[in-house]
Design a protein around this ligand. Structure first.
Ligand SMILES: NC(=O)c1ccc[n+]([C@@H]2O[C@H](COP(=O)([O-])OP(=O)(O)OC[C@H]3O[C@@H](n4cnc5c(N)ncnc54)[C@H](O)[C@@H]3O)[C@@H](O)[C@H]2O)c1
Length: 357
């Protein structure tokens, strides 16, 4: 088992990572002075797989547990669903001190986090992420949100969890495409921050994909460490934290142009490679590093070819993206593997060229 401390003053917390640690949840909650009644928010897919194990562990440790389920899917991240959950929390007599546990992927984590941040002006939140994306990325850093119509994550808050428990065994039931979505975010973290982690992924991706327990634990651990370091330096996303958007400027545009039929991780993979090409054209990321980037993305089972979408339309979408500041499209560009910076000085012709490949 591994542990990462996210150091944010009085909002600091531990992230526990390891195989089979779902069954230590009760003990971990007690260590963090959480006791009494608690509420689990999850969805039917995750409840069927892990709900009983978690509930048994918690009742065995003396907690009284209420489980609330929301259906599966991104559309559940809404104010309407949050409203229903407030109602159910009231019916369950949830109080200011009642911990709420988010058991699931990023959708459950973001929605539950939003509800925990706002119900009674904030109740203790525990993240129990069960997708690779949620373990390496969304459960850390305190961004919680719901969508507003088509606008993703428009209503939200910064609300740090009291504790994160990432049981890597839960990844064994994850569909392959969901694993690839998480790998895209792990690759992202390595490229922007940690060349040794990148080399680790280069060496080990095959065994990580076959769910080797030790390697999964290490992958989540290293990704969490990177995210924690970045969030510690810029909790409220005022500058540095933006580098976590590497691959997302072009990626979001591709996702949106595909009417969200393309997987998030696939779109981000194409975006990361395109940003790599732009950097190469601007004289930074060298040819060898660009080739290594492409190779890692391929090894992760992610695409490297831009789908046949109109490049000009993609640029238009980027211009409407939230990462535009004062009318200029902002890119995160790797200067070399392990280092990145944010710039709004990329010529549209370079973007078009990078999309073609
Ligand atoms: N807060 C942040 O910092 C942050 C960062 C990145 C992404 N996000 C958000 O995360 C969300 C995406 O998260 P996601 O990729 O985890 O998707 P998700 O939560 O929809 O989960 C993907 C699918 O896997 C299922 N699932 C979850 N755990 C499983 C398991 N162990 N075994 C089998 N199936 C399982 C889910 O029910 C769902 O069908 C988006 O809403 C995105 O906006 C938030």
């Amino acid at each position: 088992m591994k542990r990462v401390r996210v150091r944010l003053g009085s909002n600091s917390y531990d992230v526990h990572i390891g195989s089979g640690i779902l069954e230590q949840t009760g003990q971990r909650l007690k260590e963090n002075w959480l006791a009494g009644n608690l509420v689990i928010i999850t969805n039917p897919i995750v409840a069927r797989l892990y709900g009983d194990t978690l509930k048994q562990n918690l009742t065995g440790d003396g907690f009284r547990v209420v489980t609330l389920e929301v259906p599966d899917g991104e559309e559940q991240k809404s104010l309407a669903v949050a409203g229903r959950l407030y109602h159910e929390l009231t019916n369950a007599y949830a109080e200011r001190t009642t911990p709420i546990l988010a058991l699931g992927g990023g959708v459950i984590g973001d929605l539950t986090g939003f509800v925990a941040a706002t119900y009674l002006r904030g109740v203790p939140l525990v993240q129990i992420p069960t997708t690779l994306l949620a373990q390496v990325d969304s459960s850390i850093g305190g961004k919680v949100a719901v969508n507003h119509g088509q606008l993703k994550n428009k209503i939200g808050a910064f609300y740090q969890p009291r504790l994160v428990i990432s049981d890597t065994d839960t990844l064994k039931t994850l569909p392959a495409k969901e694993l690839a979505n998480g790998l895209a975010e792990a690759i992202k973290s390595a490229v922007i921050w940690d060349k040794e982690f990148f080399a680790y992924l280069e060496r080990n991706l095959d065994r990580i994909k076959s769910l080797d327990a030790r390697l999964l634990e290490e992958t989540v651990f290293r990704s969490v460490k990177i995210k924690a370091e970045i969030v510690e330096k810029d909790e409220k996303d005022l500058g540095l934290r933006n580098i976590l958007n590497y691959g997302h400027t072009i990626g979001h545009a591709i996702e949106s142009a595909s009417d969200f039929k393309m997987e998030h991780g696939e779109a981000i993979a194409i975006g990361m490679l395109a940003a790599g090409r732009i950097s190469n054209q601007m004289g930074m990321l060298d040819q060898n590093e660009l080739a290594r980037l492409k190779c890692v993305i391929e090894k992760a089972g992610l695409p490297t070819e831009t789908p046949s979408l109109d490049a000009k339309k993609l640029i238009q979408i980027m211009e409407h993206d939230k990462k535009v500041l004062q009318g200029k499209i902002r890119f995160v560009l790797p200067t070399s593997i392990g280092k990145a910076f944010i710039t709004d000085k990329v010529r549209p012709s370079l973007i078009e060229q990078a999309l073609v490949g």
